[in-house]
Design a binder for this molecule. Sequence first.
Ligand SMILES: [Zn+2]
Length: 322
Amino acid sequence: MSSRLGKRQLFRTLFRALEAGGAQITCLNSENSFPREFIASFADGAFSRSIVYLWNCTYDEVNHRPRFQVTGVDSHHFLFTPGVDTFLMGYDSERQVFAVADPSRRHAGFGASPSVYIPEPTLDAAHATGMASYDNVRGETIIAVRSVLASVLFRAPQAIHEIARQSKGSLTLQALSTPTEKRPRQRARMLVSRAVRDARFPGMVLPAYDHRCAVCGMQLRFVEAAHIIPVSSGTWDDEINNGIALCVLHHRAYDSGVMLINGDYSVEVNKTRARALTQSARGAGLAEFRRGLPSQIVLPRSIIERPSPAKLDAGARLRSGR
Ligand SMILES: [Zn+2]
């Protein structure tokens, strides 16, 4: 469990994890508030409004189990508001895992035992595989999720809790991502599997580039994870070597084929597209745009996180039609 984080730091960790998973966070109360209330919105228009109680996971020396302790709040008066999802969460900083209690079971408060226990194997499994769950003696389902996938919870909170309840303590990321069951569960599963997919890709790509645009170096939270072989091609994948961090401007320029990135990491303006834009009186700013381009993109330090030259060439071919 190691380090205990202060409340502000805990929430900063959560928000960073959600942003890494593609969420944009709009806080509805101040840094010093507890619980925190915020809106998480996603690029495809999905959003959720949440009230989050967050504590450190600590090791209970008496019961020999990890737990998060419900403190600093009257446990009988959690905020439950229609249309707002309430989360009771613990954070294990050593494993970088968030544990989430099923909020629907907590309407009645905590009674005499204001602790939520999570077995170590569940935390270990979440750290290793991304997600795990545990059903306690009260019939309550605890979901443990690796921080890079925390945004999944905020994308489809109802669906994920429903699936966790059905799985009776054996929730795995793989089970979530495999839509096997027939309706009506299928919709929930599809929602979650898409959320997992959407969170995992930016969660891998953006940190590899230190949240900077590979072309211009801008951070400012304007940076997105772009697919090199685009999703629209039908032959794309979510491997890190099919990703590149780009600011909104360069993402748009890349996807529209105005800017090309080649297998040797060189960057250029697509001459055919540039000519067409100029001829149709839509070429203003082109000279400045070209001047702003470096000769090469900035690469992740780690070789395995770098974009695949073959995919870059394929991506350039698809975008330029050559
Ligand atoms: Zn840029």
